[in-house]
Design a protein around this ligand. Structure first.
Ligand code: ADP
Ligand code: MG
Length: 321
């Protein structure tokens, strides 16, 4: 027997979500009613994943559930916001309960890890797509923006870049690596870790931040432009995982690190006097952090390796239009 839309919502969403005292009314009415604590501001972000564009139609449902939320939490992380509430709009070609079970498993377990409550959403029939909106809390009018980088700041990056890009090549059968490397790289592609704790730790220390979703060079340039500054990247210091360093030539690895998307690391700038504090804080969060460049007053992005100069990368990062 197939369940009605309302039975499906009850079974898979309502009652399986975290309780939060600031949710006055959750799933089940026309709206959710939420209370922003006094002295706090709300940070809101939305992302859509479309089948065939952002994920392959045969993508494992629990990985898709995880990723749909992770990419949104990554945006909150880049602002230094603490996740609070989530809404989810699902468009599905039909009802497959096995699929829903997997999807909600991946989605709700990541939500639970971050203490965020699913408070509402929508369900409709059509080509598969997943839209998630996240709501996070910040100290009033706070938040790390893209436009705060200043000449003399150090440019930093959490984790490693290029992993998801190489993972995608493996998924597409364009490259082969050993089992261990392949497991690691596919995990990085399909189940990214949003750097929420690191973002919160940076809130009072960084001048500017952005999450790396479309490729490091492209995303860093958004920050440089918004801030009205330029920068120089130390390409020899780009943090690479062992899997990327072993599978690719140094030249290929650098290009991958600069242009591949989907790593969801944080790129941020901070003044030299905050460097020690940043290192200590991020070590406490268990996050690796690397100084990858400096902010300069002359606009544009330069590289310490001349063979990588120019803006060749500007067409290499992902663009929809
Ligand atoms: P309405 O027709 O009044 O907009 P819906 O039938 O779309 O209401 O949804 C009924 C309730 O279930 C609402 O509270 C809505 O937020 C919630 N809901 C619908 N789809 C989802 C979903 N995918 N995830 C979480 N909550 C959902
Ligand atoms: Mg509705």
């Amino acid at each position: 027997m197939t369940l009605s839309e309302f039975e499906l919502i009850d079974k898979y969403f309502r009652g399986r979500c975290l309780d939060r005292s600031d949710v006055d009314l959750g799933i089940g009415d026309d709206c959710a009613v939420l209370s922003v604590p006094p002295g706090m501001s709300l940070a809101v972000s939305m992302d859509t994943l479309v089948s065939g564009v952002h994920f392959l139609p045969d993508c494992e449902p629990s990985a898709l559930g995880h990723k749909a939320l992770a990419v949104n939490l990554s945006d909150l992380a880049a602002m230094g916001a603490t996740p609070a509430w989530i809404t989810l709009s699902l468009t599905l070609p039909g009802i497959d309960e096995m699929w829903l079970e997997g999807f909600t498993g991946g989605f709700l377990s990541l939500a639970g890890e971050h203490g965020a409550a699913l408070v509402g959403g929508d369900l409709s029939r059509g080509p598969m797509s997943v839209t998630v909106q996240v709501h996070g809390l910040l100290p009033a009018r706070g938040g790390m923006r893209r436009d705060g980088a200043r000449p003399g700041d150090a440019i930093w990056l959490t984790g490693t870049v290029g992993d998801a890009g190489l993972g995608l090549e493996i998924l597409r059968g364009r490259r082969e690596v050993g089992v261990e490397a392949s497991t690691y790289l596919l995990q990085r592609l399909e189940r990214p870790t949003p750097r929420v704790l690191a973002g919160r730790a940076l809130l009072t220390r960084a001048h500017a931040a952005i999450d790396v979703s479309d490729g490091l060079a492209q995303d860093l340039c958004h920050m440089l432009r918004a801030s009205g500054v330029g920068g120089c990247l130390f390409v020899d210091d780009l943090p690479l995982s062992t899997s990327v360093a072993e599978a690719l030539s140094p030249e290929q690895a650098r290009r991958m690190a600069l242009t591949a998307g989907d790593d969801y690391e944080l790129c941020f700038t901070c003044p030299q006097e905050n460097v020690r504090g940043v290192r200590r804080q991020l070590a406490d969060c268990g996050v690796r952090v690397t100084n990858i460049g400096t902010i300069e007053s002359e606009p544009g992005l330069r590289m310490t390796d001349d063979t990588l100069s120019g803006d060749w990368w500007s067409t290499a990062g992902y663009r929809h239009f």
